[in-house]
Design a protein around this ligand. Structure first.
Ligand SMILES: *Cc1c(COP(=O)(O)O)cnc(C)c1O
Length: 396
């Protein structure tokens, strides 16, 4: 493997290891355990397990290891630990490094289950959590203090797609020795340069763009070898959040095509955003790639100008209009995943964010008319025609 390869090459070849048959496509090692030639070999492996050696699939497995090495190479990091879901990754990254008495600063705009971990779980074990508006550097500055052990945020927030400045927040965190953990799902491994920009740990739900075809759950924690093997692995191998070898294989195959898929999806998202930016049925079109997006300068520097594969639109007329829009769409499915080859439309106020209070929804910009739209791989002209028709019906 070459460290100097660019992302698209790493996504296809990174981490490949072949069995004695020299197969071209990665093998699925659907095995829980591994056989030792002798009792002495078993003893030696339990004493010290080398990088090409395995004991039990909860600790590691060759197919899972290929996925870990490939995503680490793609992200420009030393190592990674794969998990059963994105939430096992978020939980594993945080809980493995924190103890009672530690302080965490987190952005407020979070995926629901991430919010639950920070607000309801960590606090139960004596970790203090301060929430800030992630786009406001002054709030980060005043919240971060000497005993702050970690900062946590989603680099692009769900569902209003605000961007958090990884470099600036990392500088503030590193000044007190705090670790920066970034949930990078919406930025995708294709557009991310989070490690280079200062993040210590990057977390993905592989369920989203890494699979990219809506089949399997998975997650991954990416960081330094010391953090992954010294902190994350001991926690996860004993608590059981391991990724299955079959799902690791699905994710490996997903990585081979991720750059093509995500670039095509982002191109279509941009075309949709530009087409409907000033449409009379919309209060607002939210897409970070738009030149008119309030944070476009940050999108340029942090994401190379790429706005990702998701856009959000606030439809005039509230819930009734939003539901009419959803029920008229012929191509996108109504669901709550994202990053899929199939376009997916979601009404956050009544589904993914239903549990929030009205005040919390207001604060996060989750209006009754808001639709989150994950752009798939369909023909862009077909999607535009479909959206146009559904917007017209929404205003009748
Ligand atoms: C989906 C998602 C998760 C959780 O991932 P799962 O694979 O569903 O467990 C965490 N964070 C963000 C930003 C997500 O979009």
């Amino acid at each position: 493997m070459s460290q100097s390869w660019n992302k698209r090459t790493q996504a296809v070849h990174g981490g490949t290891r072949r069995s004695q048959y020299n197969e071209v496509s990665e093998a699925i090692f659907l095995t829980q355990g591994f056989v030792y030639e002798t009792a002495e070999q078993a003893e030696a492996r339990f004493l010290e397990c080398g990088p090409d050696e395995f004991i039990y699939a909860r600790y590691g497995n060759p197919t899972v290891s290929m996925f870990e090495k490939r995503i680490a190479a793609l992200e420009g990091a030393e190592d990674a630990f794969a998990t059963a879901s994105g939430m096992a990754a978020v939980n594993g990254a945080l809980v493995s490094m924190l103890k009672a008495g530690d302080h965490v600063v987190s952005a407020r705009a979070l995926f629901g289950s991430c919010l639950y971990i920070l607000e309801n779980i960590l606090t139960r074990y004596g970790v203090e959590v301060t929430f800030v508006d992630g786009t406001d550097l002054e709030q980060w500055k005043s919240a971060i203090r000497q005993n702050t052990k970690a900062v946590f945020f989603e680099s692009m927030s769900n569902p209003t797609l605000e961007i958090i400045d990884i470099e600036a927040v990392s500088k503030l965190a590193h000044a007190v020795g705090a670790q920066v953990i970034v949930d990078n799902v919406f930025s995708t491994p294709v557009f991310s340069r989070a490690i280079e920009q200062g993040a210590d740990v990057v977390v993905y739900s592989a369920t989203k763009h890494i699979d990219g075809q809506g089949r399997a759950l998975g997650g991954v924690i990416i960081g330094s070898e010391e953090f992954i093997r010294g902190t994350v692995e001991p926690y996860l191998k004993h608590t059981g959040g391991a990724l299955s070898p079959f799902n690791a294989w699905v994710m490996l195959k997903g990585l081979e095509t991720i750059a093509l898929r995500v670039n095509a999806q982002a191109e279509t998202a941009m075309a949709i955003a530009e087409t409907f930016e000033n449409h009379p049925a919309l209060e607002q079109m939210m897409y970070p790639g738009l030149k008119s997006h309030a944070q476009n300068a940050l999108v340029q520097s942090q994401l190379g100008g790429k706005g990702g594969t998701v856009l959000s639109m606030d439809i005039k007329g509230g819930k009734g209009a939003a539901f009419a829009f959803l029920n008229t769409l012929a191509i996108p499915v109504i669901s709550n995943n994202l990053g899929d080859a199939k376009s997916i439309a979601t009404h956050p106020a009544t589904t993914t964010h239903q549990r929030l209070s009205e005040a919390q929804k207001d604060e996060l910009g989750i209006t009754p008319g808001l639709i989150r739209f994950s752009v798939g791989l369909e023909d862009s002209a077909d999607l535009i025609a479909d959206i146009e028709r559904a917007l017209d019906v929404s205003q009748k």
